[in-house]
Each structure stands twice: as C-alpha cells, then as structure tokens.
Design a protein around this ligand. Structure first.
Ligand code: PMP
Length: 284
C-alpha cells in the first residue's frame, strides 16, 4: 500500500514520521477511521467535519482546507485502488522539542493510510457477541472530552485489554457516575420497552458517524429513538442490544457480564437495522 504523508506517497515499509513528532511523543494529534464501500468513500464529509472539530478542540491548526484534505484522502484511495477497505486519516501536532509546548511544533503532519479491515469475526455478526463491563471508566468529559478523537487511545486500550483477558472481544465502559457510555471502540444501543436508546454524547460518548446513521434509519422505520442516561441495569434487562462503529458496522450483543440479552440471540430490530444499514452502504 502507498501511504500519503504531507503531500507525498511512500511504500508502507518506507512510510515514517519523526520520533520528535508530538503525535508519537505525546499522542498529540487527531484521527478518523473511514470506510470504503464499493469504491465510494463513505460519509467522508462527516468524518472530515469531526476531524476539524477534534483539531479545533485541541487548538491544532489544520494545515489543509477541508477540500484539500478530502482530495488527499480521495487521491490516496485512488493510488491504492481498494474497492472495499478502510482509511486511517491522521493529523499530528508535528515535529517539536521534547517538551509539551505546542508552540515548539512548527507544522502539523497529515497522514493517510488505506488498508483492509475486519474488526470482529464474521460469525459474531450472525450469532451475536458477548461483552463484559470494564473496570476502567471512560475518561471524564472534564478531563479529556472523548468527543475529541485524539491519538491517545490508552483509556480505550485498557478496556480492550480487560475484554480480551475475559475472553471476549469488546468491553462496555461506564462514566465516573456508573452510567453506560460506550464500548472501547464502538457506540452502544439498547432496545427496551419499544424504545431504542443510546447515551448522549455529553456524558462522554463519541459522536459516532455510524450512531447518527443508525438513529436516522431507525426513525425512518418508525421506531422511537431517544438519547438517555442509563445504567447497566437497563442493558441487562434490555430486549436487544447492539454496537455501532465505522469498523464494527452494526454488531449484535447477546450477552453482557454473563447475562443473556433478550433470548440470547440477535433481536428482530437489530437484524432489521443491519439490513437497512447494508442498503445505505451499498453492500450486498
Ligand atoms: N466510540 C469510540 C471510542 C470509537 O473509537 C469509535 C470509532 N471506532 C466509535 C465510538 C464509533 O464511531 P464511528 O461510528 O464514527 O466510527
């Protein structure tokens, strides 16, 4: 694969950044994960807008206009010619000194990587996935707002390690009040009492692009959709549960902390939304 770095293309083995880049030294930077479906870069505008918001929040001045950045992404896709795949778009603070003063960094770097992705085994999309609750809480909004999709994913990584230690693929993360926020790399939805609920972003969930599509599809299907604050009790006693994300797409959850959700199989509403989502992405 050819990797885009600041306007030039490099083969994967030669694609490198400076060890003085604050993205490497401190996780000081922002990123997006974007899908390619059938040669189409899916929801590119939404991802670019969120990237700009993340950059704004950390006072990182984007080195390219939105149009220039979109062209860089499109060009990288074209050079690599992947019909279906995944794009990682990264903007780092750039090269500085060994301190954390951002004013020492002269120019942010833009990196675009195109590759294949398969987040979870195919079987789990049919049978449903088991998850656990992580003891690692989601970073409080007041400390580092998770709406900033930053290059520091240690909070999520710690939760993912807990999931893997428990022999499952994903971990539910709560905020410091014990309310459900999201999973380590996906948003969560629960279907309960004929209402589809998902936590509001202000309690620490990422404003997921897939989450927004799912909300829209569900409303179009006549479902009642609400952003609500809820605890694990509402998850344990839900009729259905599923996770959403660019890489994950929509994946049913059938067991949480050893409790079967509904009848322990992917629910009717989840399956309906998966089918409708495939129509939106243009998958078979
Ligand atoms: N939450 C977290 C923590 C994520 O990293 C992601 C993206 N992988 C999501 C939710 C889902 O967001 P999106 O649908 O925009 O990919």
């Amino acid at each position: 694969m050819q990797v885009y770095i600041d306007g030039k293309f490099f083969p994967q083995s030669k694609a490198s950044i400076s060890v003085y880049d604050h993205g490497f030294l401190y996780g000081d930077g922002v990123f997006e994960g974007i899908r390619i479906y059938n040669n189409n870069i899916f929801m590119l505008d939404e991802h670019i807008n969120r990237l700009y918001d993340s950059a704004k929040a950390i006072k990182l001045k984007m080195p390219l206009s939105k149009t220039e950045l979109k062209n860089a992404v499109k060009q990288t896709h074209k050079v690599n010619g992947l019909k279906d795949g995944y794009i990682r778009l990264i903007v780092t603070r750039g090269i500085g000194d060994l301190g954390i003063d951002t004013r020492m960094c002269s120019k942010p770097s833009v990196i675009v990587i195109v590759d294949k992705i398969a987040l979870y085994p195919e079987k789990l999309y049919k049978d449903g996935m088991e998850i656990i609750t992580a003891s690692t809480q989601r970073t409080p909004v007041s400390a580092l707002n998770p709406q900033i999709k930053s290059m520091n994913y240690l909070n999520n990584i710690l939760a993912k390690i807990e999931a893997k230690n428990a022999g499952v693929n994903e971990a539910l993360m709560l905020n410091t009040s014990g309310n459900v926020v999201e999973c380590s790399g996906d948003n969560i939805f629960v279907y309960r009492n004929d209402i589809l609920i998902t936590p509001p972003t202000f309690i620490g969930a990422l404003d997921g692009v897939t989450r927004a599509i799912v909300k829209k599809i569900a409303e179009r299907e006549g479902l009642k959709v609400e952003e609500l604050i809820f605890s694990r009790h509402e998850v344990y006693t839900a009729d259905e549960c599923f996770l959403t994300g660019t890489a994950a797409e929509i994946i049913p959850v059938v067991k949480v902390d050893g409790r079967e959700i509904g009848n322990g199989k992917p629910g009717k509403i989840t399956k309906l939304l998966i089918n409708k989502f495939k129509k939106v992405t243009g998958e078979k």
